[in-house]
Design a protein around this ligand. Structure first.
Ligand code: HEM
Length: 214
């Protein structure tokens, strides 16, 4: 049988590893920027790297629940919040690099660019969808909202991931294989969710209960 429990010290160490590893793309980017090794177009390189990191962390966050249910490894749930916050962090960094270094902090310049390049509107929708997820990620907010409402709100992760994938697909120039691979993963994850929803035990109608009780 699969080992489902984990010692507290092991769990703390695993959480530490996830936190450290999540910061690796940002650290490498910072290191390479410091050493002027971001290539001919450093701003674009930074935008692409942070965008890809945001999408990968979004997908990893959404993989946690199905993986936990299929494998029985319940402790992986403890990584979900960290992975989700990293997704949000990279998406914010992605936008901020674009807004500051590409658009020189110009709000009108950013808006007019959005009108020209529609994929920016789609990406912004994804980023906006992640804001309530990040704001309600604390234990206090989970308690305040209640599990049911919190879970309903957190379905926004699918909106964010969907927008992220479409945004990626729309801005790719020729080879669409990679965005399509992300889309396939997202469809599988969504399909799994729907399957779980349809197979959930249905509430027994009250009339039947009454008949059985007699
Ligand atoms: C959920 C939020 C977002 C995700 C997951 C995301 C993801 C991505 C990905 C995966 C790429 C392509 C990376 C590559 O080719 O290696 C990309 C490119 C890009 N994104 Fe985003 N993005 C998001 C939001 C935004 C926002 C809000 C903006 C700005 C308003 C933005 C601006 C850009 C730009 C300018 C590019 C580069 C396009 C190019 O060089 O052709 N993104 N993004």
């Amino acid at each position: 049988m699969a080992q489902t429990a984990m010692k507290d010290s092991d769990l703390r160490f695993a959480k530490f590893l996830v936190r450290v590893n999540g910061a690796v793309p940002a650290m490498l980017l910072g290191w390479d920027a410091w050493h002027h090794r971001l290539g001919a177009n450093p701003v674009n390189f930074a935008i692409l790297t942070t965008g890809m990191s945001a999408l990968v962390f979004l997908m990893l966050t959404m993989l946690v629940t199905p993986l936990r249910k299929i494998s029985g490894l319940n402790w992986i749930i403890y990584f979900r919040r960290t992975l989700g916050l990293y997704a949000f962090f990279y998406a914010c960094l992605h936008f901020l690099i674009f807004f500051s270094l590409d658009r020189s902090f110009s709000v009108s310049g950013t808006l007019s660019e959005m009108v020209k390049r529609k994929y920016l509107i789609v990406g912004s929708t994804g980023l906006l969808a992640m804001v309530p997820l990040a704001v309600t990620s604390t234990n206090g907010m989970i308690k305040r909202l209640g599990g049911r409402r919190w879970r309903a709100l957190h379905r926004l992760a699918y909106v964010a991931a969907g927008a992220g994938v479409i945004h990626y697909y729309m801005q790719v120039k020729a080879d669409v294989r990679q965005p399509l691979a992300f889309a396939a993963v997202l469809v599988i994850l969504l399909g799994y969710r729907l399957m779980v929803f349809w197979r959930r035990p249905k509430p027994v109608p009250t009339a039947t209960v009454a008949v059985k009780e007699r």
